[in-house]
Design a protein around this ligand. Structure first.
Ligand SMILES: NC(=O)c1ccc[n+]([C@@H]2O[C@H](COP(=O)([O-])OP(=O)(O)OC[C@H]3O[C@@H](n4cnc5c(N)ncnc54)[C@H](O)[C@@H]3O)[C@@H](O)[C@H]2O)c1
Ligand SMILES: C[C@@H](O)[C@H](N)C(=O)O
Length: 364
């Protein structure tokens, strides 16, 4: 897991070098291939991104290692392969997805494959393919094989016409990024399939997710991860958002727990199928001040880029009262717990790296 930590934080520049194959979804109905095992068998698509490996680790402790299969189109590190099943799965290759679901007797599909907001704006055709065509494949697959399906949505599914503080669960959604457009499409299609075909579709709109052992894939909220690494390395963070840009954020443990909780919730508790979930909201300036308390020499400069426009169209504060009321959602990490957890986890990682590189130099 730790080696994921070394993955480039380059974000928007991250390349998707693999070829994309697409085969049209076949629309015949096949019978369910439910496992009769005690635990569901779960497939996580796009599982080598920021959220997937942590979710696999969490679900494997509950369902058993072999029941949770990570998949992606990028090359896994050796410790990913050592920690449980991993397979290649291109979300655009419907036939291959069918084979995987049948051969591995999949019951739950957690669909993480996506191009995030900033990467999506830099490659709209690819975002349309991965985020929209990929979703169509997943929806049809879940319908054909009667899979329980989780598709994450995002604060980015709202736009400037939405109320921004707070943003309620049900309100105007006119997002201005291809990422947001694809997520509204996913929400609507999932809810339609649920009503029309009885598909067990569940979705949470996540805030920006912050984690120390996996890196973000090129979103608008990535600065809130990068600042921790900069604090413990160069001591200087260059922020691409204005100091007062308030956005909803969440520590990864809360995010993954909310996902597990909604997947396990009895369907009678779900009055809707797409919920806002929230934990905290802060600005770069407020996060900088909180990190500086732990790393007093940290400096910040602001060099605003195109991500500011995206952030300015997103919610500032998320109203998640419906998730709290329906299935008992509660966050555990506020900004103080977040900062302490991130710094306490990263200090030994960087210390070990320093010791290892000194040992290497002395050995030469
Ligand atoms: N991280 C966040 O802050 C956040 C917030 C809200 C919602 N989400 C959603 O959660 C999900 C996971 O996010 P993440 O942060 O792990 O994303 P990420 O960008 O880190 O990972 C996405 C993964 O999808 C994979 N992928 C790309 N094209 C693919 C294809 N053709 N077939 C299969 N896989 C492909 C990539 O290789 C990558 O590993 C996404 O749907 C995202 O929209 C994330
Ligand atoms: C907010 C979320 O969807 C993602 N981190 C992004 O910024 O694109």
């Amino acid at each position: 897991m730790r080696s994921l930590f070394l993955r480039s934080l380059a974000g928007p520049q991250r390349a998707f070098a693999q070829p994309y194959t697409f085969q049209k979804a076949s629309f015949q109905t096949v019978s369910s291939v439910h496992s009769s095992d005690e635990h569901p068998r779960v497939l996580i698509t796009g599982g080598l991104g920021q959220l997937g490996t942590g979710l696999a680790r969490q679900l494997r402790t509950t369902f058993g290692t072999d029941n949770v299969i990570l998949s992606d189109i990028i090359r896994p590190d050796r410790d990913i392969l050592n920690n449980g099943p991993f397979i290649f799965a291109d979300i655009l290759d419907f036939k291959n997805l069918q084979e995987i679901v049948v051969s591995h007797r999949i019951d739950w599909l957690v669909h993480f494959s996506a191009l995030l907001s900033a990467v999506g704006e830099n490659n709209v055709p690819l975002a349309i393919r991965v985020n929209i065509e990929g979703l169509h494949n997943v929806m049809e697959l879940a319908k054909q094989y009667h899979l329980k399906l989780f598709v994450p949505s995002t604060i980015g599914a709202f736009g400037p016409e939405s109320p921004r503080n707070p943003t309620p669960n049900l309100t105007i959604q006119r997002p201005k990024t291809i990422y947001g457009v694809s997520k509204v499409h996913a929400e609507l299609l999932g809810e339609y399939y649920q009503k029309r075909f009885g598909l067990d579709f569940r979705s949470l709109r996540f805030p920006g997710i912050i984690s120390y052992d996996s890196n973000p894939g090129g979103g608008t909220t990535d600065y809130a991860v990068q600042i921790f690494h900069d604090a413990l390395t160069s001591g200087k963070h260059t922020c691409y958002l204005n100091p007062d840009t308030r956005l909803p954020m969440m520590y990864i443990d809360d995010c993954l727990r909310s996902l597990t909780e909604i997947m396990m919730a009895p369907k009678e508790k779900l009055s809707i199928r797409t919920y806002n979930v929230a934990a905290m909201s802060f600005t770069p300036n407020e996060l900088f001040a909180a990190v500086k308390k732990r790393v007093p020499h940290l400096e910040i400069e602001y060099k605003v880029d195109g991500r500011q426009k995206i952030a300015d169209s997103w919610p500032q504060v998320f109203d998640d009262s419906q998730a709290r009321g329906d299935w008992g959602w509660e966050h555990k990490f506020g900004i103080q717990e977040l900062v302490d957890t991130m710094i306490d986890a990263l200090i030994p990682i960087y210390e070990n790296q320093r010791v290892a590189s000194e040992a290497k130099i002395n050995h030469q």
